[in-house]
Design a protein around this ligand. Structure first.
Ligand code: DGL
Length: 277
């Protein structure tokens, strides 16, 4: 990469197993409008949430190598599973600032709870890593954390069943157990889950605070860019394709989904062979 000024104009790399990370990209777009984004959704290999740590580290390495070919200046792992299982490892290996979503989510939930009883929902791999309770206890060891894997949520979201009665029935079964524990905060510990926010809200009621780690992640990214003098100063001239999207499969399906949740329309989504990286 070139001069300091050119580097600050470089995009942010954002990745997830599929569409879930768009909930994080959306927050970055809202909060950091000068920043450009290269998004990668690993649609050929979704779901990540049932895979082993080694596999998730291998996938994350490949994606980071691909994003580096796009000359990104920083990377956001917009996936709780990869943040919980691979962030510590890839942070050591790559010479580029990388942040995940789990630390910001744990921090904001620990600060928000009043009764010190927090629920966490996520994929099986995220929950089995117990990364959320570990990081919450670093903030406050007196908080009790109740965890519940919700493996059916990701396929239901990828299918677009965001307000379906089947999804609602599944959500009730998953959440009843947590609600019985008198939690006052619930971490949506998978980036697909904010897409089910209104359905989940209907089940947990107004008294439970729903924590979406995406907001806090966008703030952490802002701080990181400031600290490293990497903020994009912006330009007056319109930039060709400030947001670029890549997937490992089914580009059109991804594009249609993305257009239903992002505040603007994506024109192209490109398919790449991620195994080559
Ligand atoms: N959206 C991802 C997460 O935040 C992964 C979902 C999956 O692929 O299982 O955990």
């Amino acid at each position: 990469m070139g001069t300091e000024q050119e580097i600050s104009r470089a995009p942010i790399g954002v990745f997830d197993s599929g569409v879930g990370g768009l909930t994080v990209a959306r927050e970055i777009m809202r909060n950091l409008p000068n920043e450009h984004i290269v998004y990668f959704g690993d649609t050929a290999r979704v779901p990540y949430g049932s895979k082993s740590k080694d596999t998730i580290i291998r996938f994350s390495r490949q994606i980071i190598r691909f994003l580096q070919t796009q000359e990104v200046k920083a990377i956001v792992i917009a996936c709780n599973t990869a943040s919980a299982l691979a962030l510590d490892e890839v942070e050591k290996e790559f010479d580029i600032p990388i942040i995940g979503v789990v630390k910001p989510g744990a921090r904001v939930a620990a600060a928000a709870t009043k009764n010190r009883r927090i629920g966490v929902i996520g994929t099986e791999s995220t929950i089995n890593s117990h990364m959320y309770p570990r990081l919450i206890h670093e903030q406050d060891p007196d908080i009790t954390v109740f965890e519940k894997p919700c493996p059916l949520f990701v396929p239901l979201v990828e299918e677009g069943w965001l307000k379906d009665s089947v999804t609602e029935e599944v959500a009730k079964r998953y959440l009843d157990e947590l609600l019985a524990q008198d939690i006052d905060s619930l971490i949506l510990g998978c980036t697909h889950y904010p897409l089910l926010r209104s359905l989940i809200r209907g089940i947990v009621g107004e008294q439970v605070n729903l924590v979406n780690p995406a907001y806090e992640t966008a703030k952490e990214l802002e701080l990181l860019l400031k600290e490293k003098h990497l903020e994009n100063p912006g330009t007056k001239a319109p930039v060709n394709e400030p947001y670029r999207f890549f997937v490992s499969d089914a580009a059109n399906k991804f594009k249609n989904f993305a257009n239903s949740i992002l505040p603007y329309d994506i024109e192209t989504t490109r398919k790449i062979h991620i195994e080559e990286y």
